[in-house]
Design a protein around this ligand. Structure first.
Ligand code: 5AD
Ligand code: SF4
Length: 455
């Protein structure tokens, strides 16, 4: 249950404009779509800036220290607004709020409302309360945000939450502490939501969870479905042309999911498969439960089963005790797998995690920085080399709108989840062929071929 303090009902009833700032992962971005949908269904309109807002809302992340710092900078701005306009309401939701619990109100007395991730449905309830004090502590409220209205930024693409929480015990990660145990949505509910989205014009769905492929194990036996079965059921919904998901855990990637990739055309040829490290010794200390060899074996089986598969990953540099040899194993993993891209992070000790509390953060900052630089170079070189295979091919692209850098060109995304800027006229939401003429490590460029399909 959320907790708030100190606002009178009269203040709350006047609140009509909100400003929302989102930090963190796609789960948070999706929760924010629900927050916006919920607020707008209650008659709130979006304000252009905090100074014009009656409700200043944050959806926070706490995955690394840098996420906390970014948010706290923004919270300082909300404090200023609150000083100038004391009747503005400051609300803080999401993972940072959950990690702080009651401490939020002690450290930041101008914060009126705080709630954890998964408590989006409580937002309306909180704002409708007579008084905001006496509202209780942080817990998950049991409602999936799939049951709430959403305001989607992209009309043809949608995120669909399939589970919340995480049962893994990765020693560096704060997510299990803030998002709790894994809870899966019933497969019928997921499919019903996808059907509704498809009826609304959505052609691409991304299934979301902290560990999507352990989906379903917590459901009662009679309702249980595997992740592979869910993928197939979602792909079979009329109107759905592309299905993606993020993120899977390598330990839970089963043969039936690999088969779904190989056999179901709607399941995209891209898997984001977080490795975190290429060193078996470090992976063990991270409690990832797989070795370098097992990860490589899995990547090889995926690449063999799904022709032209794109693999991307997450990598952490400077985990406690990481030696030069361990780091060299991460560099060689990148080359050996041949990733199409990778997110790279400097290890950040998080209070409340096994590594944060129990392992010395002993890789010097300078060494972390230098390793990060070398890793990024290898990732970029590998991705650039991989991207060249697209040059000269025709890729099917889902059009998203005008190019961000040159409005006379169009922008879209391939099956491999790569952004393409191209000359053409296809409208947003259409699928079109694009002849690829050049490639960098992160984007492709080309020319539309033929007319757009399914406009
Ligand atoms: N320090 C650095 N990176 C982290 N990640 C998670 N926790 C930490 C941490 N404490 C990275 C992992 C994860 C991604 C979402 O963030 O690579 O996959
Ligand atoms: Fe950040 Fe993790 Fe929470 Fe996502 S789940 S918002 S990455 S702390």
């Amino acid at each position: 249950m959320p907790r708030g303090r100190g606002q009178e009902a009269s203040t709350l009833r006047r609140v009509r404009r909100y400003h929302l700032t989102t930090f963190g992962c796609q789960m948070n971005a999706h929760d924010s779509e629900r927050m916006k949908g919920l607020l707008e269904s209650l008659g709130y309109a979006e304000a252009a800036c905090r100074d014009e807002a009656d409700l200043i809302l944050f959806n926070t992340c706490t995955i690394r220290g840098s996420a906390d710092e970014r948010f706290l900078g923004n919270l300082g701005d909300a404090k200023r607004v609150k000083r100038e306009r004391p009747d503005a309401i400051v609300a803080v939701g999401g993972c940072w709020a959950q990690s702080q619990k009651e401490e939020v109100f002690r450290a930041f007395p101008f914060v009126d409302v705080a709630f954890g991730p998964g408590e989006v449905s409580r937002l309306g309830e909180i704002l409708a309360r007579e008084r905001l004090d006496a509202v209780g502590a942080f817990t998950f409220d049991g409602a999936f945000s799939g049951t709430l209205p959403a305001k989607r930024d992209r009309p043809h693409q949608a995120w669909v939450q399939i589970s919340v929480g995480c049962n893994s015990v990765c020693s560096y990660c704060i997510v299990p502490a803030v998002r709790g145990r894994e809870r899966s949505r019933r497969p019928e509910d997921v499919v019903a939501e996808v059907e509704a989205l498809a009826a609304d014009g959505v052609v691409e769905v991304t299934l979301l969870g902290q560990n999507v492929n352990s989906y379903g194990r917590d459901l009662p036996r009679a309702e249980r479905a595997t992740f592979a079965a869910l993928l197939r059921a979602v792909a079979a919904v009329d109107g759905v042309r592309r299905v993606r998901y993020t993120s899977p855990h390598p330990k839970d990637m089963r043969e039936d999911v690999i088969a779904a990739h190989a056999e179901v055309p709607e399941v995209c040829r891209h898997i984001h498969l977080p490795a975190q490290s290429g060193s078996t010794r470090v992976l063990k200390a991270m409690r990832r439960t797989y070795s370098r060899e097992r990860y490589l074996d899995l990547a090889g089986r995926l690449q063999a089963a799904v022709p032209d598969l794109a693999l991307t990953t997450d990598l952490i540099v400077g985990f406690p005790g990481e030696t030069e040899d361990d780091f060299a194993d991460t560099l060689s993993l990148v080359r050996e797998v041949g990733y199409d891209g990778a997110y790279t992070f400097v290890y950040s000790p998080r209070p409340g995690t096994e590594a944060g509390d129990g392992m010395a953060d002993d890789v010097p900052a300078e060494v972390k920085r230098e390793r990060m630089q070398r890793l990024v170079e290898v990732v970029q070189a590998t991705a650039r080399a991989r991207a060249q295979r697209h040059v000269g091919t025709v890729q099917e692209v889902l059009v998203e709108g005008p190019s961000r850098t040159d409005p006379s060109r169009r922008r879209g995304r391939t099956d491999h989840n790569v952004t393409v800027n191209f000359c053409g006229t296809a409208p947003a939401g259409a699928f079109t062929g694009v002849q690829i003429t050049s490639a960098t490590s992160t984007t492709l460029a080309g020319d539309q071929v033929g007319a757009a399909l399914h406009a």
